[in-house]
Design a protein around this ligand. Structure first.
Ligand code: PAF
Length: 286
């Protein structure tokens, strides 16, 4: 694996591969890698000739400076993991390389960046959009790989690709979970032992709601309210626990609609335990 820090240099390297007719799969990350990222690298290497990974903790997508400062970093370990899993080129720019000047451009996506993560983390998706557009312009991959855990990010990026006509195919890797159901996340490294024991409750609560929804006796609104109350009792501060359409992120409470097209609907949750914010989602396919 080669590691490249400058935009100019990575463009030069990738042009020569492109001329040789090689296809690229691209896995953008913010480092602190875990099995979720590595599974994307492995899938990318099965489907493309060359896998490009990036590590860049994008300051523009943090609405909270403390969250940015506390974001876990493990560069040496990340590089070793990427190398072992089949990444060929690592793009590792620093902030001045990506943002040499104050950026004036602000990207707004209409309604999708105003709800759930968009409303709880103002400016987050504008920052994600900016860096993803920049990375797509620099790398010009054939396939972009994102994880389903950040479902709203997937919808935002999919909208960007469509509306700006990027010639790239978006592939989504399934959420990778620990044995007890906890979705893998870079932020899990910040847990105390007690937090770690509590954390799988997010997945367990969503799974319970999904089962009850398909049994069809209790209105969805009541199931969601009960789920939130259960999380609060366990010590979570719940920001949202809701059912949405996976592309538009519009809320849905109509169980008939969900049962008619379960592939399109997900339960999404965001909650904090002791200052560590977690998000997760599950599909409503029975
Ligand atoms: O999902 C992430 O790690 C980030 O939001 C991404 C897509 C790398 C953009 O900074």
């Amino acid at each position: 694996m080669i590691t490249v820090k400058s935009i100019h240099e990575i463009r030069e390297i990738l042009i020569s591969h492109r001329r040789a007719g090689r296809t690229f799969g691209f896995v953008p990350t913010m480092g602190a890698l875990h099995e979720g990222h590595i599974s994307l690298i492995r899938q990318a290497s099965q489907q493309s000739d060359l896998v490009v990974g990036s590590i860049f903790v994008n300051p523009r997508q943090f609405n909270n400076s403390q969250d940015f400062d506390l974001y876990p970093k493990s560069e040496e370990q990340d590089i070793a993991m990427l190398e072992q899993s089949g990444c060929n080129v690592l793009f590792l720019p620093d902030v001045t390389e990506m943002y040499p000047k104050r950026v004036g451009l602000t990207i707004q996506m209409g309604s999708i960046d105003q709800v759930l993560e968009g409303s709880h983390r103002p400016g987050h998706f504008s920052g994600v959009a900016l860096v993803v557009i920049k990375l797509l312009n620099i790398i010009q991959p054939d396939v972009l790989w994102l994880g389903q855990k950040d479902l709203q990010q997937v919808a935002v990026v999919s909208q960007i690709i469509q509306e700006l006509s990027f010639p790239v195919r978006l592939e989504i890797g399934a959420t990778v979970r620990e044995a007890d159901g906890l979705a893998m996340s870079s932020r899990n490294r910040r847990f105390s032992r007690e937090d770690r024991q509590l954390a799988p409750a997010l997945f367990q609560e969503m799974t319970k709601i999904k089962d009850l929804l398909h049994k069809g006796q209790t209105p969805l609104q009541n199931l969601l309210e009960q789920g939130k109350a259960n999380l609060e009792v366990k010590g979570f501060k719940t920001e949202y626990l809701t059912a949405v359409h996976k592309d538009t992120f519009e809320t849905v409470l109509n169980v008939k609609l969900i049962k008619a097209d379960p592939y399109s609907y997900h339960l999404c949750v965001a909650a904090e335990i002791n200052g560590i914010r977690l998000i997760d989602n599950i599909s409503l396919i029975p």
